[in-house]
Design a protein around this ligand. Structure first.
Ligand code: GLY
Length: 397
């Protein structure tokens, strides 16, 4: 434990200690229900992809040009691992070829979401099947991501043209999940430059995106001339000084992965700090409202995708806590309670939806995908389930 990272205790510790531990029967039932939904959608999305979020609970089909396409290919890889059905693998392999082409032709890759796109698709293909196309695509994507790293600020610019004054020097919490691509590229090539950029970005994210109370800014702006910190803002949250639920979940998971990849020990305590803040602002269902400013009795929409990401983060965090750490047991119980609640109360209807997890929120300020299925929510829900089965080697590490 790092003494210099102070964080709030879990509010309902005694209650959480009584939650059940993950149990094989419950996990297998939830996997069966999830796979039933993926299997139904597979015929419609072999050569096309579901859009980022559903419309009226149905994902429209689209080509490989969004930041979210990798989640569908990731869902196919997870489904192959969970079922052994060749149909999923064949579809995933077709899509990996498409990802290689996208990277070669640089189709809508001028943003930081290259890790979201290429880790669960191309890098997974390389890890699972030794796919050379996957490896080449992943390395091309890592080089594209490196173009956005600015040594003056030490951050990877999230969005927009590198010369756009509104966007240059802006990092966002979500990027923590894009960094594993750089660590992977360093391991694959033996070149330190990728890891050095990721280490630096991670340190800047820790320093500027996390507030003293354990909440987080969604985005932070740096001065690209001097490298000085400017201000925190939000993009998808309620307000600049509120805490967007999914951003916090990206932080829990991303800093935990960051610890595993960089070896920077204080990130474990930092991830716990973010986790406790997140958990303490959920109601008894352990699914957060879309922004953590709405805790307690609010009737603002839930964001199930934030719960799915947080569950994966907690399950990863458990792997790195020593046996004697009381949070280890509590986080395992809480993660399972989140997943059980998603399975019990938030599965998309089999007959009227082609999604997996209902009740997500993509972008509340723009009113996009509110109360809909979100493709990353579906992916991380399935990832949480395969983690719970304890047979999975994470693609992100
Ligand atoms: N990374 C964008 C989002 O979480 O909506």
């Amino acid at each position: 434990m790092q003494p210099n990272i102070v964080f709030e205790p879990l509010r309902e510790q005694a209650l959480f200690a009584q939650l059940p531990m993950p149990a094989a029967e419950g996990i297998e039932g939830a996997i069966a229900r999830a796979i039933a939904r993926v299997g139904r959608s597979l015929p419609d999305f072999r050569q096309s992809f579901p859009a980022p979020s559903s419309e009226g609970q149905m994902y429209p089909a689209m080509d490989n040009s969004e930041w979210t396409n990798g989640f569908w290919t990731g869902i196919l890889w997870l489904s192959w691992q969970l079922t052994g059905s060749q149909d999923y693998r064949t579809a995933a392999e077709l899509q990996v070829a498409d990802f290689l082409e996208r990277a070669r032709r640089e189709v809508n890759v001028a943003h930081h979401d290259l890790g979201f796109l290429y880790t669960p698709s191309a890098c997974a293909a390389w890890q699972l099947t030794g796919s050379e196309a996957g490896r080449v695509a992943g390395l091309l994507a890592a080089d594209l991501l490196m173009r956005r790293y600015d040594p003056t600020t030490g951050v990877i610019q999230a969005w927009g043209d590198l010369t756009d004054p509104a966007e240059s020097g802006r990092m966002i919490m979500d990027c923590n999940l894009n960094l594993p691509l750089l660590y992977w590229a360093s391991r694959e090539t033996g070149r330190a430059v990728y890891r050095q950029a990721a280490d630096r970005h991670l340190a800047q994210a820790e320093r500027y995106l996390v507030r003293p109370d354990g909440s987080t800014f969604h985005t932070f702006h740096m001065d690209t001339q001097t490298g000085a910190p400017l201000r925190g803002t939000t993009h998808q949250g309620f307000a600049d000084d509120s805490c967007w639920s999914r951003g916090q979940a990206w932080g829990i998971y991303g800093f935990t992965l960051g610890y595993a990849l960089s070896g920077r020990e204080r990130l474990v305590a930092l991830a716990k700090k973010l986790a406790n803040y997140f958990i303490n602002r959920c109601d008894e269902t352990l699914v957060p409202r879309w922004d953590l400013i709405f805790d307690g009795g609010s009737d603002e929409p839930y964001d199930t995708s934030a719960a799915a990401v947080a569950a994966c983060g907690l399950l990863e965090l458990v792997r790195h806590l020593p046996l004697g750490d009381p949070h280890r047991d509590l986080y395992a119980r809480i993660a399972w309670a989140m997943v059980e609640q998603l399975d019990r109360a938030h599965l998309a209807a089999l007959d009227t939806s082609n999604g997996l997890l209902a009740d997500g929120v993509y972008h509340m300020p723009k009113r996009i995908g509110v109360g809909e299925c979100c493709l990353w929510g579906d992916y991380f829900y399935l990832e949480a389930l395969i983690r719970l089965r304890q047979v999975w080697v994470p693609y992100w590490l």
